[in-house]
Ligand binder design. Structure first.
Ligand code: GDD
Length: 374
């Protein structure tokens, strides 16, 4: 049975909503509608197209009206702009049980849509147009910089998903799965990655596509958008590997604390102050910077909490950590590690034990999760 016959079979109870985020795409809209109309007629499929436009004011509204396609609408958004947000709003407004997201600039081949829908019909949860599976490719006009950019971005996402091209903005999923998704909070461009990770999509099909460079207009992928990707990745890593990420950030802040401690201590020493003042100054300042960095970054979800109370809690957790450190090191060096370098090894184990207690105290008591919004 051909793809066309299969699609015709599943069409009976499947309408398709194609969501197209747009910003200044007036020139491309008519061309995309011609392509989608061809698909509509070829497969006799029930289709709606929603252009989710961020108030482009470039004739996009007029272009949709002039197309005469009563199955296409444009929704002009004025608040909460951005590609991913536009797509989410489009998915919410969609009327059909199958959702497709694609770019407006004809870089995504309409002809891959039937295969994506067949993938869903055969049980896949998510189908994505992929440049990095056999048969997929990227336009030769992509410069080295953009290619490298895409490869690095994809590699950074690899621990989050096995999907080979999660950067793609061309994908299909069921409306029911989207409606059930919770806590979607993407920043920037990578809405497919957000859905795959947050909805814990396991059964993802990748349909090879030839990604062609846009014919009209220009890409809106600015450096600012690329920096947002780092922010987005951090959120997704926190979602997927929460405790490992918190611990890693906590340790990184601890390392900056050691540097601050030494710098302050050396400065005070240069100023000719007594050794106990230099030591106390180093410890005091590094405690404060560690607290501020942990509150701002490591446990940023809790930064609306009462700072004074949190600082006291932070000091308390540090004290518990130090006590555990001392007790473990002392106990081990007295009773267990009595040979050569026993004291040093005991001290290191004590430091590790103290740090774990310190971390747990901060994570679950001082900066507990009641403030979380993401
Ligand atoms: N509503 C809205 N708001 N739409 C936007 C915005 C925005 O802020 N920024 C971009 N878009 C629309 C564009 O008009 C286009 O239809 C689509 O989103 C993709 O934007 P481009 O600027 O053309 O993206 P690109 O070609 O650089 O990136 C492509 O490649 C990526 C993979 O490397 C897109 O296909 C991405 O979806 C894909 O992830």
């Amino acid at each position: 049975m051909s793809v066309g016959e299969d699609l015709a079979r599943i069409r009976i109870n499947t309408g398709i909503s194609v969501i197209v985020p747009t910003y200044r795409e007036a020139e491309n809209i008519p061309h995309l509608l011609v392509e989608l109309d061809r698909l509509r007629r070829e497969y006799d499929v029930t289709l709606e197209v929603l252009f989710m436009d961020d108030d482009s004011r470039d004739g996009s509204v007029e272009a949709v009206a002039a197309s005469g396609c009563d199955w296409a609408r444009i929704i002009v958004r004025t608040g909460d702009r951005g590609l991913s947000r536009a797509v989410i709003d489009g998915f919410r407004a969609a009327r059909h049980p199958v959702l497709i997201c694609m770019d407006c600039d004809l870089s995504h081949p309409v002809d891959a849509i039937p295969q994506m829908i067949l993938g869903l019909a055969s049980g896949q949860q998510f189908a994505i147009g992929s440049r990095y599976v056999p048969g997929g490719s990227t336009d030769d006009d992509w410069g080295l910089f953009r290619w490298l950019n895409s490869v690095v971005a994809t590699l950074l996402a690899r621990p989050l998903t096995k999907v080979r091209d999660p950067m793609s903005g061309f994908f299909a999923l069921r409306k029911a799965d989207f409606d059930a998704a919770q806590g979607l909070n993407p920043v920037g461009y990578k809405i497919a990655l957000e859905l795959i990770v947050k909805c814990r999509m396991e059964n993802v099909g990748e349909v090879p596509i030839e990604f062609s460079d846009r014919r009209f207009g220009e890409s809106k992928l600015t450096l600012k958008e690329q920096l947002k990707y780092i922010q987005h990745l951090r959120r997704l890593y926190l979602f997927r590997f929460a405790n490992a990420m918190y611990l890693l950030q906590f340790l990184a802040v601890g390392a900056t604390g050691a540097v601050v401690n030494l710098a302050v201590l050396s400065g005070l020493q240069l100023a000719g102050l007594a050794a106990w003042i230099c030591l106390a100054g180093g410890i005091g300042v590094s405690l404060v910077t560690n607290f501020l960095l942990n509150r701002r970054f490591t446990f940023s979800y809790a930064r609306r909490g009462h700072a004074g109370r949190q600082f006291l809690g932070f000091l308390g957790a540090s004290l518990v950590g130090l006590t555990v450190n001392y007790a473990v090191a002392l106990g081990l060096s007295h009773k267990v590690l009595t040979g050569a370098y026993g004291l040093q090894v005991s001290a290191m184990i004590g430091i590790a034990a103290g740090m774990v207690f310190n971390f747990l105290g901060n994570r679950y008591i001082v900066f507990r999760k009641r403030y979380i919004r993401d």
